[in-house]
Design a binder for this molecule. Structure first.
Ligand SMILES: Cc1cc2nc3c(=O)[nH]c(=O)nc-3n(C[C@H](O)[C@H](O)[C@H](O)COP(=O)(O)OP(=O)(O)OC[C@H]3O[C@@H](n4cnc5c(N)ncnc54)[C@H](O)[C@@H]3O)c2cc1C
Length: 460
């Protein structure tokens, strides 16, 4: 019999393999760590933690999830977050009039942007080196006779764990393994939008806007979106106001085709200039002119057309973009990955305590792990699938033609619809999500125990 002071061989830490060290994988790792769960490892295919040179913003729901996951994670974000000049998100008719369409209150000091690489660097400092293995590309997952998963990497190494969590992004290998390679839900689809992304020197943007200096300062120091026919441009300050993050999105009725199957393609500034030619807001023209002569355009893929029917199977699950990749238009994908991480960390905290203090057979361990991942799926599925659909809807609103004779009515309708979408994201009761996770876990463990007892009685 094991005691709490001398654990038996059957009493051991939960072993968790996190595949992918992007924002979701790192947030999950930090959530596990703050709950005293030591038996996790991040397997990242790249030689180090990395992010592209672009901005990312976190809305209030994401900040609350960060705080509950690990206060150090939230403090890391706050160290790199760039205050907005004012606490409003403003939409301007960039195409026809250059006039304000709507402004939405963000909450005090909320929805600030940062440079992705700055954020990832801060998170990376918080994860112990012994919990990370770089250069490990997951290729296959198999199960042993008891249902315990093994991850097989490209270099041939095989690692066994109680739970495997695919945080491996939109092209998730783990999702393919979970759903099957012939299942269309294993792959993201083209949303018929592509974008140009850049971080541009704030002084240069101000110069390009020209005119009143104060106006230039105002436009570059806070969050704006310029809507127009078939396109939109979003700008917000990052890197302590030295850079403006620019994302210019373009509708594309065609298919996305590249020779190498990549979702980025080299192009020239001319393509962007031609698309935004004639837009009325001077900042749009100014920004497009400041793009580099040669740059990438990024296809926006998502999981709207073929959603994953579930995020778990046995002791394997997917989280973040691997589960529910959405377009960037509501600025919420990374935040939802952080919410996923909180639901998972909550469920696994209970499980780790049980695993360390109870003599569990391998079969019972597998059963409890599988239950915990079913609970995660139940708690997260509906909200995250909604985001994928809502993001497409938001983009359609940004690109809608504005009827000039009905301007005030259409602006008011835009305001109502866009507020509803953002508030559904921002107003999540995160404490309730945590409580629901714990309650569902307890209920599912009791149910599983009852099923087992009934089965044992029947087999006597
Ligand atoms: C233009 C744009 C703007 C956006 N802006 C915002 C925003 O402002 N706010 C917001 O909340 N969201 C935003 N998003 C969404 C956000 O970027 C994503 O939701 C988020 O980065 C996903 O993080 P992730 O960790 O789930 O996946 P990723 O960031 O894709 O990380 C996956 C990791 O897994 C690794 N990996 C992949 N395959 C394997 C494998 N087989 N084995 C091992 N490792 C592997 C990769 O190298 C990578 O490090 C935006 C998205 C875009 C495209």
């Amino acid at each position: 019999m094991g005691t709490s002071t001398s654990p038996t061989a059957a009493q051991r830490n939960l072993e968790i393999a996190i595949i992918g060290g992007g924002i979701t994988g790192l947030a999950l790792a930090l959530g596990l760590q703050s709950r005293g769960i030591k038996g996790y490892k991040i397997y990242e295919r790249a030689p180090g933690f990395h992010e592209i040179g672009a901005g990312v913003g976190f809305s209030p729901n994401a900040e609350r999830a960060m705080e509950l996951l690990n206060p150090d994670l939230h403090a890391a974000y706050r160290r790199v977050a760039n205050p907005n000049g004012e606490d409003y998100f403003q939409w301007v008719d960039g195409y026809a009039t250059g006039e304000l369409i709507y402004k939405l209150y963000l909450g005090e000091g909320m929805f600030q942007g940062c440079r992705r690489s700055d954020f990832i660097d801060e998170l990376a400092k918080l994860v112990p080196v012994e919990n990370v293995v770089f250069g490990k590309q997951a290729e296959r997952v198999s199960e042993d006779a008891e249902g315990r998963p093994n991850v097989i990497f490209k270099d041939g190494e095989c690692v066994s764990a109680d739970i495997v969590i695919g945080c491996d992004g939109i092209h998730s290998r783990v999702r393919q393994l979970l759903l099957g390679k012939d299942n269309p839900a294993s792959y993201p689809g083209y949303s018929h939008k592509y974008c140009f992304r850049a971080l541009i020197d704030t002084c240069k943007v101000r110069e390009a806007i020209g005119g009143d200096e104060k106006r230039g300062e105002y436009l570059t120091s806070t969050r704006f979106m310029y809507n127009g026919l078939g396109g939109h441009v979003i700008t917000y300050p990052v890197a302590m106001g030295t850079l403006v993050n620019v994302l210019a999105v373009v509708s594309d009725p065609g298919e996305w085709k590249t020779d190498d199957g990549r979702h980025t393609a080299r192009t020239t500034k001319k393509e962007a200039v031609e698309f935004f030619e004639g837009w009325q807001a001077p900042i749009v023209k100014g920004i497009v002119d400041l793009l580099p002569e040669e740059l990438d355009k990024w296809a926006i893929f998502d999981m709207m057309d073929h959603p994953a029917p579930r995020y778990n199977d046995g002791c394997v699950c997917v989280a973040g973009d691997a589960a529910h990749a959405a377009g960037p238009h509501l600025g919420a994908g990374a935040g939802f990955g952080i919410e996923d991480a909180l639901a998972l960390a909550t469920a696994l905290e209970q499980l780790d305590k049980t695993a360390r203090s109870t003599d569990l057979t391998e079969a019972r361990r597998v059963e409890l792990c599988s239950n915990a991942l079913s609970v995660y799926n139940k708690v997260r599925y509906e909200r995250t699938q909604w985001l994928v659909r809502a993001t497409r809807k938001a983009c359609a609103l940004f690109h809608e033609p504005l009827a000039s004779h009905l301007r005030s009515e259409s602006n008011a309708r835009f305001g109502r619809e866009i507020s509803q979408l953002f508030h559904k994201i921002w107003d999540l009761d995160i404490g309730q999500m945590v409580e629901e996770t714990i309650a569902s876990l307890e209920a599912s463990e009791i149910a599983a125990e009852e099923v087992r007892e009934t089965w044992l009685m029947g087999s006597l």
